[in-house]
Design a protein around this ligand. Sequence first.
Ligand code: SF4
Length: 312
Amino acid sequence: MKILLANPRGFCAGVNMAIECVEEVLKARGAPVYVYHEIVHNRHVVQGLQKKGVTFVDHIADVPPGSMLVYSAHGISPEIRRQAKARNLVEIDATCPLVTKVHMEVLRYAKRGYTIIFIGHRAHDEAVGTVGEAPDRIRVVESEQDVEQLDIPQDEKIAYVTQTTLSLYDAERIMKVLKKKFPNIINPPKEDICYATTNRQNAVMEISPEVDVVLVVGSQNSSNSRRLVETAQTAGRRAYLIDDASEVDFTWFNPNDTVLVTAGASAPDHLVHELIEQLIGRFGGDVETRTLIQEDIAFQLPKSVRRLAVVN
Ligand code: SF4
């Protein structure tokens, strides 16, 4: 078996920063630390932090008054902040700055009286948080059909923003239909789909033609990991999303297959290496890393976390 290992893959700057936030808070204050929603959408990361004393909650009412509460990388709506303040919680915001950027765009457009189209998956944590910034002014579209059903008068001011982890290909198709239906629609000043999503999808698109099968390490609820599977399928390849090596089914492969291995932005790299070890152990062969672009982006920890570290 030949394994092509995609680079870039795995952890992005936002995920690194969010996980470090939780670890620094744990170090400074000790358990229990509460996190609103999964800090990042990865089962292994969540279980690892649970073992260290982190409790993940889906409702602010489940956090005891006065506790430390970290917001996940996907961001939250102002309503969640209001509830946290009402319970006197100590808030640490681990929202990825690239998600915050989209929140700011929404606020700017809403203030100027625009109707905002949010292209994204309405049930995803990021979408819920972003839409919550201006719920009366935002319409969510997930598909070209959703765009066709929009009944916004042509003389209204309209702008669009997108979720950061969309499929580049889906987004492009939806934007095309939007622009056709609303020729005056304003687009965001800079692309909302983040650099990590873009680089990982581009790597899969570029390498897929050389392989028989694509394996994406990531959890089922990870939006960007699912989009990597779809990208491989768009390139005409069989693709599987697996949380770790234990989910591999060896009947997926022939011994002489070439396999592309990559990972979503929230999947730890040790899982990728364990997977490769397992494949090579079973089929033999070698690994070749394919680097499409070097990433050197890092985000600083939020001030609230840096202050905690100084105090302790
Ligand atoms: Fe931020 Fe992109 Fe990573 Fe999401 S995938 S946390 S938007 S860098």
